[in-house]
Write a protein that binds this ligand. Structure first.
Ligand SMILES: [Zn+2]
Length: 570
C-alpha cells in the first residue's frame, strides 16, 4: 500500500493519477503502515523506516546538503527509465552528495537521487508530479509532443522507482483480461449526402481534389490509376446524383458496417442543420454548419443500432454552456428515440470549462480530447480519465484521425508514412495499455478521399494484435467499472499475494498484475510479472507458484543507458 502525502490543492489530481495507476494507495493516515510513502513535501516525522519518494521542484528542508539549482525554461527532458519524457513545469537538479545514486537525469544533470538511510531508501525527484499531471489533464500537450504518452510515463517512472526500492506491486492494468489493448472505432458525421451541398465550397473543394488533386496523388503513387478513375467518374456523375439517377456515393453507413465485420462503432451526429455555432476561433467558422438534418438519417441510425453501434452527439454549441448542451442532447434523443450519453465537439472546439458544462448537462462521456493537426496523446494518456472537478463525466481521448493524417493542411502523409505513424501509436498503446480511439469520418471511404484501404488495414492490425473492440459508451463504462474497484490491504511476497478488492465484477473482466522485483546487480533489474484474471471475489489470494511469470528486464532508474545491442530482450 502506498501512503500519499500532498498539499490540499493537489488532492484532486493526485486521486486521479492513482485512479489511472490503479494500485493500492490512500492518503497518508497517521498510525497506518505503508510499503512506501509518496509525498510532495517533507515527510512527517514518525514514518519510521518506511521508504519515501519525494517529488518537488521546491527546495525542501532535507535538501540542504544537496545543492539544488533550477535549469532554464521548459519543456525539460527527463531521462529516467526506457523513455525520455517531457516536463512542462519547473525542474530542480541536484549536485549529489556522497552515498547517493543518481536515478534520473535531465540534459546530463541529476534530477533524481536515491540515498539509503539506515536501510530504507529515500528517493528525491526534482519536479512536481501532480503539477505535471494537472497540466496534461487540463491543458494537454502541444502538438509537437503529441507522440509522447507523458502521463503514462509518469506512472511508469513511479512504478519503476517503487520496484527499484525492492517493493512489489499489484495493479489493475487499463486493458481487459486476455486482450492487448482496447479498440474504439468512431465516426464523426460532418457530411451525409453529396446531394445536400448544391454547389457550395464543399463541392467546389470536392471537384478540385477529385479532378486535379487525384492526378497529383497518382503521380506521387498515393493513388492507383483505378482509384484516380473512380474519383473522375464520381465527379462527372455528380449531375446524375442530383437528378436521382445515380446512388449518392457519400452515403456509406452500410459500408462501414461491412468493413467493421461486426465490431461495434460510434457515430457522432450533428443535431441541427445550417448552424455553424458560436465562438469558433478557427478559420471560416461559417463552414462549420452541417448541410444535413437528423430527419434524413433516421433509418441509418436504426441500422447502426441494430448492428450494436452507438449514435452520440457531435455538438455545435454543447461545449459552451449547459443549456445548449442539454438542448442538443435532447434533440438527438428525441429525433432518434434513444438516450444519448456521449459527446464529441464538431471541429474539436473545446475549452477548460467544457467538461464541467457537459457534466452538468448530464453526459456520461466526452471524446473531444485530441488534435486536429496531428495524431497522438493530447492528455499524455490513452486511458479514459475523469476531467478534474466533474461529478460523472469521463473523457475518452482520441489519438488517431484520418483527416489529421492525410489532409495536406494537417500532416499530409502518404499512405505508407501514415501507416508508420499509426503503428507507432499502436505500439505505444500496447506498451502502456489503454484505448486506441480512432476517428474515421463517414465521408472518408468515398471519392475523393478514398481512405478505405488504410482503415481496413488498421482494423486487420487491431484484430491481429488482439484488441477488444467496444463502442465509445461501452469502453467508457468499462473504465467506470474499473474506477469503482478499491484495492486495499495488500500483502505481497515472492510466493503469495493477498489483496482486498471492493467493487463490481464486469465483462470483459480485468487483470490483477503482480510485479515482483528480483534483487540483481548491474544496469538491468528483473521483474517477474504475473497476470491473473480477477473473477469478482473480494478477498483475493494468489499462489504465485501456480502461475507462470513473464520475466521482464527493465532498466531501473539510475542504471546507465545501454545501447540497443547491449539491451537484453524483455
Ligand atoms: Zn466534425
Amino acid at each position: 500500500m502506498i501512503g500519499v502525502i500532498v498539499k490540499k490543492t493537489e488532492r484532486l489530481v493526485a486521486a486521479e493519477f492513482f485512479e489511472l495507476f490503479k494500485t493500492p494507495w490512500e492518503f497518508y493516515q497517521e498510525g497506518s503502515s505503508y510499503d512506501v510513502i509518496v509525498t510532495t513535501g517533507a515527510p512527517p516525522s514518525g514514518v519510521g523506516d518506511t521508504a519515501q519518494i519525494v517529488y518537488s521542484s521546491d527546495t525542501l528542508p532535507g535538501d540542504r546538503s544537496l545543492r539544488v539549482f533550477h535549469p532554464g525554461s521548459s519543456p525539460h527532458w527527463l531521462d529516467a527509465t526506457d523513455y525520455s519524457m517531457p516536463l512542462y513545469g519547473r525542474l530542480t537538479v541536484f549536485e549529489a552528495r556522497p552515498h547517493s545514486t543518481a536515478l534520473v537525469y535531465s540534459a546530463g544533470q541529476k534530477a533524481g537521487l536515491c540515498t539509503r538511510e539506515s536501510g530504507r531508501g529515500i528517493v528525491r525527484i526534482g519536479y512536481d508530479l501532480f503539477g505535471e499531471v494537472e497540466r496534461l489533464l487540463v491543458h494537454g500537450q502541444p502538438p509537437e509532443q503529441a507522440g509522447r504518452p507523458a502521463l503514462e510515463q509518469h506512472i511508469h517512472l513511479l512504478r519503476s522507482l517503487i520496484l527499484s526500492l525492492g517493493i512489489p506491486l499489484v495493479e489493475v492494468p487499463p486493458t481487459p483480461h486476455g486482450y492487448t489493448m482496447t479498440a474504439c472505432l468512431t465516426h464523426d458525421v460532418d457530411f451525409v449526402g453529396i446531394k445536400d451541398h448544391g454547389f457550395n465550397h464543399t463541392i467546389q473543394g470536392f471537384l478540385h481534389r477529385a479532378l486535379f488533386g487525384s492526378v497529383r496523388r497518382l503521380m506521387r503513387r498515393e493513388l492507383t490509376l483505378r482509384q484516380t478513375m473512380t474519383n473522375w467518374a464520381a465527379a462527372l456523375s455528380l449531375p446524375l446524383v442530383h437528378l436521382g439517377l445515380r446512388r449518392d456515393f457519400w452515403r456509406e453507413f452500410d459500408r462501414y458496417g461491412e468493413l467493421e465485420r461486426g465490431h461495434p462503432s460510434t457515430y457522432y451526429f450533428i443535431p441541427y442543420k445550417n448552424r455553424p455555432g458560436r465562438n469558433v476561433s478557427l478559420p471560416h467558422p461559417e463552414r462549420r454548419a452541417a448541410a444535413y438534418d437528423l430527419g434524413a438519417v433516421q433509418a441509418d441510425i436504426q441500422a447502426i443500432r441494430r448492428r450494436g453501434g452507438e449514435a452520440a452527439l457531435h455538438g455545435i454549441d454543447a461545449w459552451l454552456d449547459p443549456s445548449s448542451a442539454r438542448d442538443e442532447r435532447q434533440r438527438l434523443a428525441s429525433e432518434t428515440g434513444a438516450a444519448c450519453t456521449g459527446h464529441r465537439s464538431h471541429w474539436l472546439c473545446f475549452n477548460t470549462q467544457s467538461p464541467l458544462v457537459l457534466d452538468e448537462a448530464g453526459f456520461d462521456y466526452d471524446s473531444t480530447c485530441g488534435y486536429n493537426e496531428t495524431v497522438g496523446f493530447k492528455a499524455g494518456t490513452c486511458q479514459v480519465f475523469r476531467p478534474l472537478g466533474v461529478r460523472r463525466l469521463l473523457e475518452l481521448p482520441m489519438q488517431l484521425q484520418d483527416v489529421a493524417l492525410f489532409y495536406p493542411t494537417s500532416l499530409g502523409l502518404s499512405p505508407a508514412a501514415a501507416w508508420r505513424e499509426m503503428t507507432k501509436i499502436l505500439d505505444t498503446i500496447a506498451d502502456f495499455g489503454g484505448v486506441a480511439a480512432i476517428l474515421w469520418h463517414t465521408r472518408s471511404l468515398s471519392p475523393e478521399r478514398l481512405w478505405d484501404e488504410p482503415y481496413i488495414k488498421l482494423i486487420d492490425e487491431l484484430e491481429r494484435r488482439g484488441a477488444w473492440f467496444g463502442a465509445a459508451a461501452s469502453v467508457t463504462e468499462w473504465f467506470r467499472a474499473r474506477r469503482q474497484l478499491k484495492l486495499t490491504r495488500d500483502a505481497i511476497s515472492t510466493e503469495r499475494v493477498r489483496v482486498h478488492i471492493e467493487g463490481p465484477s464486469f465483462q470483459p473482466g480485468c487483470t490483477l498484475r503482480v510485479h515482483i522485483p528480483i534483487p540483481s546487480h548491474g544496469a538491468w533489474g528483473v521483474v517477474r510479472q504475473y497476470d491473473v484474471p480477477w473473477s469478482g471475489e473480494a478477498e483475493v489470494q494468489i499462489d504465485l507458484m501456480a502461475h507462470t511469470a513473464r520475466e521482464k528486464k527493465i532498466r531501473l532508474p539510475g542504471a546507465p543507458s545501454l545501447s540497443r545491442e547491449e539491451a537484453p530482450i524483455s
